[in-house]
Design a protein around this ligand. Structure first.
Ligand code: ADP
Ligand code: S3P
Ligand code: MG
Length: 170
């Protein structure tokens, strides 16, 4: 099985779905946010406050290239796609799956979460960010709309895509 990258906006369910998917497929997964936190030794929120967003984006670019090769499912942070070289790297080294979700549902899912520094922005700014990023997310090999779906349904859909893609390669 090729490496699978999950992309999408904050709250699309990348980390949750990726964990469940890895369990079902019995393959190792890694979350780029957790990897950065472990490497740098502080939570993302603290990195943003002490070093700024630009430093976090540098870590994303650098660490994407050093992920342990055995990790088959890679769940990314919502901003991983901002840098064109990251989009290119992911497309070249695996199958990129974009988990889409309506903005309103995204906000319902994560509004109370205080671990995401960008959520302190005004709602209109967040919606603008969501819109700005849509074309980047859409460069993925596969797009899955998660709006109104349960985590298990999304996992099932991804499993079917992986099967289809593997059959085509045989
Ligand atoms: N399909 C879904 N339906 C409802 N809630 C979801 C779904 N996927 C994720 N969630 C919830 O949304 C929140 C954010 O999920 P998370 O996996 O951290 O998203 P991401 O990694 O994309 O930011 C969590 O509370 C999670 O349980
Ligand atoms: O969209 C973004 O720029 C970010 C998304 C977060 O990850 P999730 O998408 O897993 O919430 C995390 O990487 C950081 O707070 C920045
Ligand atoms: Mg996540």
């Amino acid at each position: 099985m090729k490496r699978v990258y999950l992309t999408g906006f904050m709250g699309a369910g990348k980390t949750t779905v990726g964990r469940a998917l890895a369990e079902q497929l019995c393959v190792p997964m890694i979350d780029t946010d957790s990897y950065i936190e472990e490497k740098i030794g502080k939570p993302i929120k603290q990195i943003f406050v002490e070093e700024g967003e630009a430093a976090f984006r540098r870590y994303e670019r650098e660490f994407l290239r050093t992920l342990p090769p055995d990790k088959r499912i890679v769940t990314t942070g919502g901003g991983m796609v901002i840098q064109p070289e990251n989009r290119e790297w992911m497309k070249q080294t695996g199958m990129v799956i974009y988990l889409h979700c309506d903005f309103a549902e995204i906000m319902r899912r994560i509004a109370d979460d205080d671990t995401r520094p960008l959520l302190s922005n005004q709602l209109e700014d967040l919606q603008r960010l969501w819109e700005q990023r849509l074309p980047y997310y859409s460069e993925a090999h596969i797009v899955i709309d998660t709006t109104g779906k349960r985590v298990e349904e999304v996992v099932q859909e991804i499993m079917e895509w992986i099967k289809k893609t593997e059959n085509r390669q045989e």
